[in-house]
Design a protein around this ligand. Sequence first.
Ligand code: PXP
Length: 240
Amino acid sequence: MRKRLGVNIDHVATVRNARGETYPSPLKAALLSQKCGADSITIHLREDRRHINDKDLKDIKSKLKIPLNLEIASTKEMLKIALNHKPSFICIVPEKRKEVTTEGGLNLNYKKNFLKKIINQLQKNGSKVSLFIEPNIKDIKLAKKYFNCNSIEIHTGKICNLINGNKKYQNEFSKIKKAVNYANTLNLDVHAGHGITYKSAKILKRINNIKEFNIGHFLIGESIFLGLKKCISNFKKIIN
Ligand code: PXP
């Protein structure tokens, strides 16, 4: 089956916000990515609105034709916003105020009941819900059997760091492969994301059961040199 490419455009907003200007426009980036063959657009509405803001979400949701994947932390504020906008996909991610980026997968034992409740509400509202987790069997089992989510997204930060640093990544690769194949036996759709570059995409795509890659920081950075169109096309060729 063809693997899907989700384009994360958070960092178009990072560049815009660095100068407090109205450009570059995340909406323009979302629509151009759609035109260039992205399968979905991912945005992370953070509590501190450091990149994507509420207006970006509203504009993108109203104009985009391909699925929108909204990343949120499990808070009451984000629940309300997600219920209101009803994106096709919601990925629940951990969030710490001081982190530069999402540093690891969710701790599924933290406010477990609340997390289960919000997943249920979001699903009843018509969104498919994914959990951003580390590649371990225990969490995958919980994601399916306790949280009843539709998919999982494996945090690939660790393996990507190893690959980019030319270090041995085989143990982490085996761990991810085992986790992905286990999730597949539970009928969970498996996505992967965080820190993915051309080099790590080439390695991770060997894991057949990863159905979707969500790529942001590297892709937006590389687009400065190549343009979004070429960069999206490069990633689509690599993952398939
Ligand atoms: N997937 C999830 C759940 C994320 O939170 C992020 C951003 O942290 C990404 C994918 C994209 O990561 P990156 O910007 O490093 O490509």
